[in-house]
Structures are given as C-alpha cells and as structure tokens.
Design a protein around this ligand. Structure first.
Ligand code: UN1
Length: 497
C-alpha cells in the first residue's frame, strides 16, 4: 500500500492546514482499509482567508493581458500531460474509476487547457456601426471577480478544469472547493497551477464539506459567482442563496439520461452504446444512461443480448486493467443504490440481473454493486424518474418512435440523450423534439468533448452552459462601449431622425 498523502489548503500561494487543525480522510473505494489521503476539514475561517487573498489577487490578475494568462494555462496543459499517468493512478485509487477512464478524465483536463489557453488570444467582442456619425460601438468581455468553484468527485480533474481554466483565462480569481471524496486530485491540479506560474491568491484551494465550506463560499459577500456541479437538491439551495445576494450562479445538476433503440437500429452498435453508457464509470456520470427505451419489436432480442453481455462484465479493483466496472465511490452511494432495489421491487419492476451488493473474489472490502438491469419498468416508476448514480439501467418498452420521445422527455431532468436509428427523418425529429442539452445520434449518452457546450435543461441546469465558448458567458460580463469622436452631443434616436 502507498503512504497516505497529506493534502493541505492552498491560500494566497501558501500550503496550509485548516485553521482548526481538523482533518478528513479519503479512502480507496476498492479497499476502504487503504487511506489514500487526509485533507483539511476547513470552515468559515479558512474560507474568509481564501476570499481575502483572492480579492487582493484579482485586482492585478484582471489586468494581466489575456494572451499572457493563456500562456500560463498552456503550461497547465503541458504539466497535466506530463503527470497524466501519475494523476490517473491517483484518481483511480482515490475515487474508484477504472484506470483507462481515469486517463480519459485527465485527458479531458488537458484538452480543456489547450482549448482555453488559445482563448487568451480570442475572447472576441464585437464591433458594430453606430447609428450616429463619428461614433464607434463595440463590446468587450470583462471578468466577474472572485469565483467559487464547487466540484464533484466523479470527474476530479476534468470538472475542476472545465471550471477553473476558462475562469482564469477570462481574468477571474478562483477558490476551488473539491469534493470530500477526491481531495488529492485537486491538490495535484493546484500544484500544477502553482508550477505554471499563476500568481499567489489567484488560485486558492479550500477542502471540506458542502454544508460548511460550500455554504460559506456561497454566502460570502466577497464571492461574485458560484459554479456548482452536484445534486439538484443542493443546486436549488445554492441558487436560492445566490439569487437573494444577486450573485451569478451556474449549475450542473442531475440527469436521467435515456437511450432510445428503434426497431430499425443497428442492434449490435446500440448494444455497445448501452453497455458503455449504463456501466461506464459504474454509472456515476451525470451523462450515464439510466433508461433504455426499447421499441417493442426488438425489445426481446435486444434484452437477451444485453443480458448476455452484462453477465460478461468484470467487476473488480479500479486499478486492474481487466476491470470493466469498478466500485461505487463510498458507503453512502452503495447504500443509496441498494435502497433503490427495494424501491424498484415495491413498484413492480423485475431484476433481470444484478440487484445486489457484490461480494467475494477480493471485493469484500470495497463498495461494489453488481451491474443491474431492471425490466417491466413504466415511465411513472421512481426508478424511471430519479437519478440513481450507480450501475443500474431500467428497460422501458415503447410502441412507436413518437412514444419513445414522449417517454424520454417524461422526466424532471434534461442533460443527455441518445437515439439509435437508421432513419434520417427520425434522427432529425429526435434532434428537434428531445428536451435535453445534449443529443447523440447512434452514439451513447456519454462522450462530451470540451470545445462544445455542456449542460442541460429543466432540473438539470439553470440555463448556463459549461465548456466550449458558451462558458465564456458564465465567466465574463459583456461591457458595451460607445466612443463619440464628433466633438458634440449626439442624441441617439433623436438627432439622427
Ligand atoms: C459528468 O459526468 O459530470 O460526456 C461529466 C461525458 C464526460 C463528462 C461527464 N466527457 O460523460
């Protein structure tokens, strides 16, 4: 076993413990006897110190030319690339993602760094003619100030990068509050920021719980913006605090993503997509496929194939290269998924495979749950509507394409969606009629790329998008500028009529 890492907070360019001296433990979900790291259990005093440092640093950081900020972000990308393997191993041990997927998580951070590094030389505004003579009109982007970034454990490098890199290139100072289950990944990322030359106070890291540190940041008058990824319940709380204080808030919350398989689909392709979508990252992705909406003409055949393939999945230690499905992140998640099995049975669903905590074969010290398929599920059942966040997919039968879309839309959420069909007409109808932020045609519900907008509709989000150029509208304000070079008063709408 590896020696546990001692994580610290990073405030004003210094690595420090929590002022109270309290600590949290981060354990390996494959084997909870392994302590991966300890981290400061911070409170409001640590948040105050971080906000003060960030406010001070913001004053000069916002004046650093954006291309220079971009060069630092580029160095972040280079360091992430150099430390990719080390980070992937740490991540896999810390939160239980299979190694290949952990490499993908770090790669998403690298992609993000190189994308936003070059944004330093764009950050385009607009110039447009004025309605008056000898007058110039343009827009520029202005940073928001100090941003609190509250991130989940399921993408411990990718999501902090999605948030921090565009925030920084736009000229904001940041305070990162990583999930309690992934403090060590956040420490390495912060070390990388430090090594990339980002000045003290511009990036701060405060570990701790959502109810203490997350809340203190959200309520702090020195914070101008909160970007939060997590549950819809917590997101509502964050939004209401920010709403009352007129703070900008960007929310990425729950999902109940569905894959539709039509009778004209390439079934083998749809099958591969369903397996990856449902069981990749042990179902712990916001984009995971938790509903399979199957046309009745292919349901029996598709289900039989799916069952056979699910049976082949190897459940095992996240670090083992032969593992297909790793553990859940912690005991609470395991209990949550297990509870949903009771809910499913009470509501009349049938467990086709799985449905239990996995035991034996060296899994007894980890948070393993068997890959699970629930059949005879109707759209009104709780397992068809609520986010489970585990290796569980429900099978719902549909009589037509129209009914499939209706079922897909019949959820409070709207993040990702997928349709397998060979019909161009149906594909375009799906793109038009599905209520979701992301729609895949003939691909699974997971697979977002960093240069496109990421986010959802309904209870999934609050109208903002992460990633792509869309996130620049989160981390900047538009400023409209008029320059009158006529040397006289020109009244718009009046003097030119
Ligand atoms: C998330 O689960 O919150 O498309 C992010 C995907 C990944 C990102 C997921 N690229 O599944």
């Amino acid at each position: 076993m590896n020696t546990p890492l001692t994580c610290l907070n990073y405030i004003d360019g210094k690595w420090v413990p929590a002022q109270s001296g309290s600590i949290l433990e981060s354990r390996n979900p494959t084997d909870w006897r392994e302590l991966v790291a300890t981290a400061p259990k911070s409170d409001i005093a640590d948040v105050d110190a971080a906000v003060e440092a960030a406010r001070r640093a913001y004053k000069t950081w916002r004046l650093v030319p954006a291309p220079v900020r971009g060069e630092m972000i580029h160095r972040v990308g280079e360091q992430l690339l150099r430390r990719k393997e080390e980070l992937a191993h740490l991540m896999s041990r810390e939160m239980g993602k299979p190694l290949a997927e952990a490499r993908g998580d770090v790669q998403e951070g690298i992609d993000c760094a190189f994308y936003y590094a070059s944004e330093g030389r764009r950050l385009f505004g607009q110039t447009t003619p004025s309605e008056l003579g000898d007058k110039f009109a343009m827009t520029i982007r202005a940073p928001i100030g100090v941003c609190a970034l509250i991130t989940p454990w399921n993408f411990p490098i990718a999501i902090p990068c999605w948030k921090s890199l565009p925030a920084l290139v736009c000229g904001n100072a940041i305070i990162l509050k990583p999930a309690k289950d992934a403090p060590a990944c956040a420490v390495i990322l912060t070390q990388i920021f430090e090594a990339a030359g980002i000045p003290p106070g511009v990036v701060n890291l405060v570990h701790g719980g959502g109810e203490t540190v997350g809340r203190a940041l959200t309520e702090h008058p020195g914070i101008n913006l909160v970007s939060f990824t997590g549950s819809s319940e917590t997101g509502s709380e964050v939004a209401s605090i920010c709403g009352r204080a007129h703070k900008r808030v960007c929310l990425e919350m729950g999902g109940k993503n569905a894959q539709i398989v039509m009778e004209d689909a390439d079934l083998d392709l749809a099958l591969e997509g369903a397996l990856w979508g449902a069981f990749g990252t042990t179902g712990q992705r916001c984009t995971a496929t938790s509903r399979l909406i199957l046309h009745r003409d292919i349901k029996a055949e598709f289900t039989a194939k799916l069952l056979a393939q699910t049976r082949q999945l190897r459940l095992g230690p996240s670090i083992d290269p032969h593992t297909d499905v790793g553990p859940l992140v912690n005991a609470a998640q395991l209990e949550r998924v297990r509870n949903y099995m009771d809910v499913a049975k009470t509501d009349g669903a049938k467990v086709l495979i799985g449905g239990n905590v996995a035991k034996g074969d060296g899994l007894e010290h980890g948070f393993f749950f068997q890959p699970t398929l629930l059949d005879h599920v109707t759209p009104d059942m709780r397992v068809a509507r609520e986010e489970i966040f585990g290796p569980v997919a429900v099978l719902i039968e549909a009589a037509s394409f129209e009914e499939s879309i209706q079922i897909l839309n019949n959820t409070p959420y709207g993040l990702s969606s997928s349709v397998y069909t060979q019909s161009v007409n149906r594909a375009f109808q799906a793109m038009r009629d599905i209520e979701a932020g992301i729609t895949y045609i003939n691909g699974p519900t997971s697979g977002a790329e960093v240069h496109l907008p990421f986010g959802g509709v309904k209870a999934t989000g609050n109208g903002h998008r992460e990633a792509g150029s869309a996130v620049l509208d989160v981390f900047t304000d538009w400023k409209t500028i008029y320059v009158d070079f006529s040397g006289r008063l020109q009244r718009a709408q009046i003097d030119n009529r």
